[in-house]
Design a protein around this ligand. Sequence first.
Ligand code: KG4
Ligand code: ZN
Length: 361
Amino acid sequence: MRVLGIETSCDETAASVVALDGDAAPEILSNVVLSQIEEHAAFGGVVPEIAARAHVEALDGIVEAALADSSVSLDEIDAIAATAGPGLVGGLIVGLMTAKAIAAAANKPLIAINHLEGHALTARLTDGLDFPYLLLLVSGGHTQIVAVRGVGDYQRWATTIDDALGEAFDKTAKMLGLPYPGGPNVEKAAAGGDARRFAFPRPMKGSAQPDFSFSGLKTAVRQAATAIVPLSDRDVADICASFQAAVADALGDRVARALTRFRQEFPDAKQPALVVAGGVAANRTIKATLETLCADAGFAFIAPPQKLCTDNAAMIAWAGIERLRAGIAGENTADFVPRSRWPLDSISTPLVGSGRRGAKA
Ligand code: KG4
Ligand code: ZN
């Protein structure tokens, strides 16, 4: 099977060809990602209209490059898989319409993919992981813990009741005058800081409700910063380090809860594992916290390579292959309309405010 994947749900224009031959390990034949970060940096966040236009301008060339890199011709492709949601609707329209056009012109099936499913299944592409496992998705638009039970079979166990974690990093950076995107810059500043100087809250820690919350922490950071302006480099470093420590602690508490629940619900799981995805998963303090937690609980900790953790089209092509293989690609037809909101788990009701403010809300 050879599937061409297309991803345009936020600020990366991406195309990829992934192949699966029999029982052999899947192969990423090409993985082209064009980031729009520079186009949005001046605005301190993703501007939907700029993103959509940038996708229109770049996508043809990116698809061509992905096909050329893979040395697979369009004729040899079995299906086109494209992100159809959730995300910024302008970008989704560009990606899905392009995929429909290619599918129609080449007479190939089209598979509309949920972006979150792409993240959820990546660990099977990179590590051949068996179901069931736990996914922690921490990006600019999402903060979720999902029980991945099978292809198309997901249960959301936790989500944020206000800001996404990446958003909290980005807003903290902005408050402190650090450049966009905030996450990597907060991490860099934190490296030289004193994590004990500010006792920031650990939102939801110990709560019986499984969800995340970050807006209280953000407010605490603002109050601390306002109280000591003008900020020296040392102040910024200490605030970043204290913020990061609070995040790691709060996140660890929520994940520990989910690991316990996983043991109860899947006592027969062969290899219990926690998979991380999303840009925030690059954070070393967070990664180290999760790694320790998993080691203590007897879970494998799986962090796919960063290139496949952040937005890319290989994960979309792979989700297409998984759906083809499972025989559940059929519901997707040329009539599929992009969905700016598209929960992975249609049973869990959306939480008030959750994901509404993120770029991918
Ligand atoms: O998954 P991702 O690349 O895409 C979107 O959600 O669009 O995630 C981007 C988010 C941003 O909020 C960024 O600040 C955050 O991930 N991020 C980080 C780090 N690197 C990226 N957050 C904390 N620490 C990092 N090292
Ligand atoms: Zn994503």
